[in-house]
Design a protein around this ligand. Structure first.
Ligand SMILES: [Zn+2]
Length: 180
């Protein structure tokens, strides 16, 4: 699973703290409990929110069918929302996954330790913006940007911050398994 997907949550793209995640919960489909194609990697946040709420694969966008930065839009300050340019059917599927794993959950005002999922995406955004500025100034090279991205996680955030820089985006696709 780690070779196929990298050490990142398939949904939230956080690094570490991962469990094997059953796309279709065992509760509904015991016959898929050991089915390879039913596995993704999930962090504790996604697992605890998703639980057994979906009955099947149908009707949702899944991260092994679609790179996540197409159905979702990654915004400054670690926010994420369903993209505005989707067809009606794709928007509905994206909204259902967004709700299923609580992708949009974030603290109302002052983040606390329990808001780590939000804080870590915010940190990734900030790291990527700083790296972009340093790259432009020639203070770091593309290799260093890619190493920072791998250490931080949140591939979609890095792809969003470096949009328009095809050299970096190409290297990010190579560095994160399954994204290309
Ligand atoms: Zn997660």
């Amino acid at each position: 699973m780690l070779e196929r997907l990298g050490p990142y949550c398939s949904y939230r793209e956080r690094k570490g703290d991962l469990h094997v995640e059953h796309v279709v919960p065992r509760h509904h489909r015991q016959d898929l409990a050991e089915e390879w194609t039913n596995f993704l990697l999930g962090c504790v946040n996604c697992n605890s929110i998703k639980r057994k709420r979906n009955q099947s694969r149908a009707g949702y966008t899944w991260p092994d069918d679609e790179v996540m930065w197409r159905p979702f839009e990654y915004l400054p300050h670690g926010r994420v929302k369903v993209a505005g340019n989707l067809s009606d059917s794709n928007r509905i599927k994206a909204e259902r996954l967004f709700d299923l794993v609580g992708l949009g959950r974030q603290p109302a005002s002052n983040p606390t330790a329990s808001d780590l999922r939000y804080l870590s995406r915010l940190e990734a955004w900030d790291n990527a913006v700083v790296a972009r500025a340093k790259l432009v100034e020639g203070r770091i090279d593309v290799d260093t940007v890619v190493e920072l991205a791998k250490a931080t996680g949140f591939w979609s955030v890095w792809m969003t911050v470096f949009v328009g820089n095809s050299a970096v985006c190409d290297r990010l696709r190579d560095a994160f398994p399954g994204t290309r």
